[in-house]
Structures are given as structure tokens and as C-alpha cells.
Design a protein. Structure first.
Length: 304
């Protein structure tokens, strides 16, 4: 075959540039994404715009805000909710805390405080609320102490028995404490946590902090049974054995009027008890002279 009759060569087909264009698009996407992220963190949308605190009654919102270590204008994503929650929950008086973030820029903090379990009068005469964790909160000037909680008198700051008492009181329903007007320490060698309770129904009750959750449930029924027997005052011991003894006739029992006076002055006037053993054991009441008009009520013993 002659050379003139040869088939001419076809031109080469260029390769597609699809891969090159894809790389360019990916690069542009990453560039603009980084640019948007930078612009976002420089804008006000990435800052804390509001801090909402709920559930606090005794603690100031400013104190909770300071404990959270965040403020309006801080970076919204700089600290996690769990970290803020842990900071607040570690505060005294705070039982639990819950922190939630709501975009854009809102942080909501819900706290639960330890409940009030008692009141006390400070050395300077100011009224204070005592919480279940033992913390003390100053009451506003002019505020009155409600009669639905007992007054703590005779306790010292840092007393471990006081902290234990507050914890126990926090676990007792308020209705069970409605008749208790005052609680004082009365330790003995056998019972270091022994306490004395004054009731508004004119009785003195001796028990221990450890026995209190169990014995407080029996106290209203015990007093009611005594009143049915026309016994309206005296000393009730609620230790291993529950029994009643009359007051010493030479002394006067503490009344609600005396308790009110102690609340105003910050001092408590304790009512003397019959001559019982200081260890709080199964002591017998001091014998009293028998009146001519009406016999003295006999000692009433009731098993716990």
C-alpha cells in the first residue's frame, strides 16, 4: 500500500479537569467556612447576653453569679454547663444546681437551696435562719421569726452535734416540728448528743439527735394520751424507755411567754427538770410533796 493512502492520525482528546475543579471547590468551601467561624466568634452572637438565675430564696443572685465565674459578655462556648453547675453546687446553702445554655447567649441557672429547719438569735441580737446543712443566713431587719420552726439556743458555732441536728431536722416533716418551740443541747456522759426540747404544749422533752427521727413521730400521740389523763405539763424522756414525770413543784416550767421573751433578747431561760440522772438513763423522777386538794399524777411509763 502506498504511503498516500495511509489513514491520518486522530488528534488526542484532552483529559477532563473534573478532579482539579473539585479540589478548588473544596478549598473555597473550607476558606469561607473558616472565615464565617472567625466572624461568628468576633460577633455578639458568640457572647453571653443574659444570665437567668431561678429558685434562690435566701442566697443573692449576685453571689450565685460570682460563683459561676461567668458574666455577660463572656464567650458563650468557653465554659461547659457541667463546669458551671459544679461550681454552683459546691456553694454552702446550695443543695443542687442545674445549668442550661440556650443559643444565642442565654444561660439559665436553676438552684435548689437547703431548706430552713430552725432559727437562732445571734450574739448581737440579730435573727438568723439555720439551714439543713448547718449554714446560717442573716434575716432582714424587722423580719419576724415564724412559730412553725424551733429556735436553737445554747449551741456554739462549729459544734458537730449542731450540724448533725440540722441534718436530721431537714429530714423531718415540718408538721412534726410544729409543737417544738426551742431545742437546746444537754449532753451527758452516756449520751453526748442528748438534747432538750421545749414544746408549746408545756412539756420538756429529753431525747438524743440519733433518736429524734424515730421519737418525734411518737411525741404528738404521747402528749395527747397524757392530756387525756388530764396531765398538761411535765418532763418526757424519750430514750430507751418513754416516760413522763411531773415538774419539780418548787420550779416553774418554761412557757410560750418565756420563749417569746428569749427570742426578743437572744437569751433562753431554761426550765428546770426533775432530779433525773444526767446520763439520761432510766432515772426516776424526784418525789414531790403530795398536795391535799389534788393528788400528784403518777409517773406514766410507756414503752417506745
Amino acid at each position: 500500500m502506498s504511503e498516500d493512502r495511509k489513514v491520518p492520525a486522530l488528534p488526542a482528546v484532552p483529559k477532563p479537569r473534573a478532579r482539579t475543579n473539585r479540589k478548588l471547590l473544596i478549598f473555597l468551601f473550607i476558606f469561607f467556612a473558616i472565615l464565617l467561624v472567625i466572624l461568628f466568634f468576633q460577633s455578639s452572637l458568640s457572647r453571653v447576653s443574659a444570665i437567668e438565675i431561678q429558685g434562690n430564696e435566701l442566697m443573692a443572685s449576685e453571689a450565685i453569679g460570682q460563683a459561676s465565674q461567668i458574666a455577660v459578655g463572656d464567650r458563650f462556648f468557653a465554659v461547659s454547663s457541667a463546669t458551671i453547675q459544679q461550681r454552683i453546687a459546691s456553694m454552702p446553702m446550695i443543695k443542687s444546681a442545674e445549668v442550661k445554655k440556650h443559643f444565642p447567649g442565654i444561660i439559665r441557672i436553676a438552684v435548689e437551696e437547703f431548706p430552713k429547719v430552725a432559727f437562732q438569735i445571734a450574739a448581737d441580737g440579730k435573727k438568723q435562719a439555720v439551714l439543713a446543712d448547718g449554714a446560717v443566713v442573716q434575716l432582714a431587719a424587722g423580719s419576724s421569726i415564724p412559730l412553725d420552726m424551733p429556735i436553737l439556743t445554747g449551741w456554739t458555732d462549729g459544734d458537730p452535734n449542731k450540724a448533725a441536728l440540722c441534718k436530721v431536722l431537714g429530714e423531718i416533716p415540718e408538721s412534726a416540728l410544729s409543737d417544738i418551740s426551742e431545742i437546746k443541747p444537754d449532753p451527758s456522759e452516756s449520751y453526748p448528743d442528748k438534747i432538750k426540747l421545749y414544746t408549746r404544749s408545756q412539756f420538756e422533752v429529753y431525747t438524743t439527735i440519733a433518736y429524734l427521727p424515730e421519737k418525734i413521730d411518737n411525741l404528738p400521740a404521747y402528749i395527747a394520751s397524757l392530756q387525756e389523763d388530764h396531765i398538761t405539763s411535765g418532763v418526757i424522756k424519750m430514750l430507751e424507755v418513754e416516760y413522763h414525770a411531773p415538774f419539780d413543784p418548787n420550779e416553774e416550767p418554761k412557757t410560750d411567754k418565756d420563749a417569746s421573751a428569749s427570742q426578743k433578747t437572744g437569751n433562753s431561760t431554761s426550765s428546770p427538770s426533775p432530779d433525773t440522772n444526767k446520763d439520761g438513763g432510766k432515772a426516776t423522777a424526784k418525789p414531790t410533796p403530795k398536795p391535799t386538794a389534788k393528788p400528784t399524777p403518777k409517773e406514766t411509763v410507756k414503752p417506745s
